[in-house]
Design a protein around this ligand. Structure first.
Ligand SMILES: C[S@@+](CC[C@H](N)C(=O)[O-])C[C@H]1O[C@@H](n2cnc3c(N)ncnc32)[C@H](O)[C@@H]1O
Ligand code: SF4
Length: 459
């Protein structure tokens, strides 16, 4: 794909990632653990009735210098045991308020590195969830893993308890790039890991994660890594743009000394990786996901049913509200986001006293529901039809337009720049515009206009 340099200069500016709306930096202490059971009870009536779970395992054997996740080094097995016991307690407490007739269709273990703790502990958590809730037969049970610590026995335990989607964090195949960022390569050849998963369950899926923008990477090395990835034929592949936020993650400063690629090199990596994946038959989903044409996510994109939550892209058909467990985890309910404490000590202590360990959150106002719907539609399905939004949210057109208060001048400018086409009832995003989808979404976000410089750049 060719992008005119002036477009990159103009639109590669800090914008929110819109994994939630309002974004997480708007959460405050107004939502408390005491209110959580009531929020869960009222969420039992919201559609769709099927639900997702997110379980956060914060531990890692060591910290990668680029890491922007909520992760900490694993200190002792005692700490892990205490943490997983607290997790189980949290699951039991939520089970008291959640209507058991609702089907759990997605369970996602994220981190940190969930596979830094014994597989048997993960197995126990899945068993407890099955005991306390109604897990759908077809539920997706997914885990983010660091392949440096994966072997056959570990994978077998996970497959045995029903895990059926595995993300392997490759980041880069180049050993020098991995050394630069304090990371070990996969313990076993990735090809072997994929073969093990597929042999045990031919319906199980494999995602590979990569990052571009790290010291030691350039367009040539990144394309080489993408070619190696394509040869492995994962079901899905993600190329994350390295988010450099050293004011939040101090360890990222180390990478500045090692030499981060400049914006032009980073964009060249993204575009050449994009071309390699698309010419190999992968379909782009959003900015950074690539899937095989038969994948549910591509089918959902074609049917305008693609959806998104903190765990990434999903389909409206399979994912309703998400209840989250573990430190820093964010529950994503129709009318509220609720985030747990960031401290393991506070988490364990609160749960030992029978309290839900909430730190902050936000109640989503009726206006914010409207803005969220518009941003999600744009981010996922690359189009906006005012009549559809108005019908679905039952808000009449003038009110809808009043809430969004979009700037016709800026829309016209983006149209002139080839990012979108305005249609009779809304707009559609072009292929070029899909690279700047966060910028287009930000046009409809009144909160963004006041906080322009607090985000990472679009590409
Ligand atoms: C929470 S990590 C879990 C995976 C596992 N711990 C690992 O490292 O393989 C999920 C993904 O986030 C991505 N990631 C982490 N820090 C990032 C950053 N600063 N910018 C962009 N992507 C990042 C990595 O690609 C990683 O695979
Ligand atoms: S990238 Fe993964 S393994 Fe590395 S520190 Fe972050 S969460 Fe841990």
């Amino acid at each position: 794909m060719n992008i005119a340099p002036y477009l990159l200069e103009k639109y590669n500016v800090p914008v929110p990632r819109y994994t939630s709306y309002p974004p997480a930096n708007h959460f405050d202490e107004q939502v408390t653990g005491g209110e959580m059971p009531e929020l869960i009870r009222s969420s039992n009536n919201w559609a769709p009735d099927h639900i997702g779970f997110y379980i956060h395992i914060p531990f890692c054997r060591k910290i990668c210098f680029y890491c922007g996740c909520n992760a900490c080094t694993l200190k002792s097995t005692g700490e892990v045991t205490q943490y997983t016991e607290a997790l189980k307690q949290e699951i039991r407490l939520v089970a008291k308020a959640l209507n058991r007739s609702r089907k759990v269709t997605q369970i996602h273990f994220g981190g940190g590195t969930p596979n830094s703790i014994p597989a048997e502990m993960l197995e126990e958590i899945v068993r407890l969830i099955r005991l306390e809730f109604s897990v759908s037969e077809a539920a997706e049970i997914a885990i983010e893993t660091n392949p440096a610590y994966l072997d056959e026995a570990y994978l077998e335990t996970l497959l045995g308890v029903g895990f059926n989607r595995f993300s392997f964090g490759i980041q880069d195949f180049d050993p020098q790039v991995l050394r630069n960022v304090n990371r070990e390569p996969s313990k076993l050849p990735v090809e072997q890991l994929i073969a093990m998963v597929k042999k045990e369950n031919d319906q199980a899926a494999v995602n590979l994660d990569f990052i571009y923008g790290l010291p030691g990477q350039d367009k040539t090395t990144f394309v080489r890594t993408m070619e190696q990835a394509i040869a492995l034929q994962p079901d899905r592949l993600v190329t994350f743009s390295y988010a450099h936020v050293p004011w939040l993650k101090k360890h990222q400063q180390i990478l500045e000394k090692k030499g981060l690629p400049g914006p032009a090199e980073k964009t060249a990596m993204f575009l050449s990786g994009y071309d390699a994946l698309v010419s190999a038959g992968y379909k782009p989903i959003g900015l950074d996901h690539f899937v095989k044409p038969q994948d549910d996510l591509f089918q959902a994109l074609e049917n305008k049913q693609l959806h998104r939550n903190f765990q990434g892209y999903c389909t409206r058909k399979t994912t309703g509200q998400v209840y989250a467990f573990g430190i820093t985890a964010i529950s994503q309910l129709e009318k509220a986001y609720i985030q747990n404490t960031k401290s393991i000590d506070t988490y364990v202590e609160q749960l030992s006293q029978g309290n839900l360990p909430v730190e902050k959150g936000i109640r989503v106002s009726a206006e914010q529901v409207v803005i969220r719907e518009v941003i999600t539609r744009l981010m996922c399905n690359r189009e906006l039809d005012w009549n559809l939004v108005s019908g679905e949210l039952q808000v009449d057109l003038p009110e809808l337009k009043g809430i969004l208060n979009d700037d016709p001048k800026q829309l016209a400018e983006m149209e002139a720049d080839g990012l979108l086409h305005r249609t009779e009832h809304g707009l559609t995003v072009t292929e070029t515009g899909s690279l700047f989808i966060r910028n287009i979404a930000a046009l409809f976000d009144p909160a963004y206009r006041q906080q322009v410089n607090k985000y990472s750049k679009s590409l």
